[in-house]
Design a binder for this molecule. Structure first.
Ligand code: NAD
Length: 257
């Protein structure tokens, strides 16, 4: 499906919206140097086998997978990346007082670094900046675990109970956090404008926030570099780079005092 609507229409809608919910995917962070999975340059598009390596059962059952995972974390772009113009536009949106909730599928923490309030953000797939013990659920900082890897521990164990440590992200085969899902769905059901940015909108259950918002009367806007699975039900679908489009959309919105 081609684009529908235009920037001016969406600007007008945003200006009159009172309660905006934004859903972001990996596409908002590619301009910060973090590759997505399913886009044209995506990690899985280029290497379909890579998808299998992120499964929970492989991680829990195979020390070698964990060693490789820790090495991959050491190299993860999220620890070096900076927010881009797309992230900053969502900070501007929050400053207008219109942003109710920012749901993100990203694990890179760039919305927080850009300056959105942590309490408005729902990280539906967790965060790479924390580590969780798979036995006692103790949460610690990723930077501390990476220091241990750098010092020679190839699969650092929980310092409290000796359990297996993993980044606090949701792996394949791992359940999403109920409280986060509830917050995301409640926000989507209660907003008057729903903006999805940089997601192929094919990952469930979070993709179903889009039809939920629509059913509840929200104006649905999708902004992405290519078509998505939800274009059909969108009121507006803008095609292009998020680093250009998001700043253009929030430009001219009055700040809230
Ligand atoms: P996805 O990879 O399925 O889709 C990303 C979409 O963004 C694609 O349609 C792509 O065309 C588009 N896109 C890429 N760069 C863009 C740009 N500069 N401007 C406009 N559009 C652009 O992403 P997804 O739906 O979020 O699902 C992937 C899952 O993998 C996520 O749920 C997330 O947990 C994880 N992931 C996270 C990160 C991160 O934290 N930055 C990176 C890769 C994957």
């Amino acid at each position: 499906m081609a684009a529908k609507g235009n920037i001016e229409d969406v600007q007008t809608r945003l200006a009159s919206a009172q309660r905006v919910v934004v859903l972001t995917g990996a596409g908002i962070s590619t301009e910060s140097g973090i590759p997505d999975f399913r886009g044209p340059q995506g990690l899985w598009t280029k290497d379909p086998e890579a998808e299998k390596l992120s499964s929970l059962s492989h991680y829990m059952g195979d020390k070698d997978v964990r060693r490789r995972a820790w090495q991959a974390r050491m190299r993860h772009e999220a620890f070096r990346a900076h927010p881009n113009a797309g992230h900053l536009a969502l900070v501007t949106l929050e400053q207008t007082g219109k942003l109710d909730t920012l749901i993100t599928q990203n694990i890179d923490g760039l919305h927080q670094r850009a300056g959105n309030s942590p309490e408005r953000i729902v990280e539906i797939h967790g965060t790479v900046h924390e580590v969780v013990c798979m036995s006692c659920a103790d949460r610690t900082r990723m930077l501390e675990a990476l220091d241990r890897v750098r010092a020679g521990e190839d699969d650092p164990a929980c310092l409290r109970c000796g359990g297996i440590l993993k980044s606090a992200t949701i792996s394949f085969g791992q359940a999403l956090v109920d409280a986060d899902l509830r917050r995301a769905f409640e926000a989507a059901a209660g907003c008057d404008l729903f903006l999805a940015a940089g997601s192929s909108l094919g990952v469930y259950p979070i993709a179903s926030t889009v039809p939920l918002a629509k059913r509840n009367g929200a104006h649905v806007v999708i902004v992405n570099g290519e078509k998505t699975a939800m274009d059909e039900i969108a009121d507006a679908m803008l095609l292009g780079s998020l680093g250009d489009l998001l700043p253009a959309l929030v430009q001219g919105l009055a700040r809230h005092h």
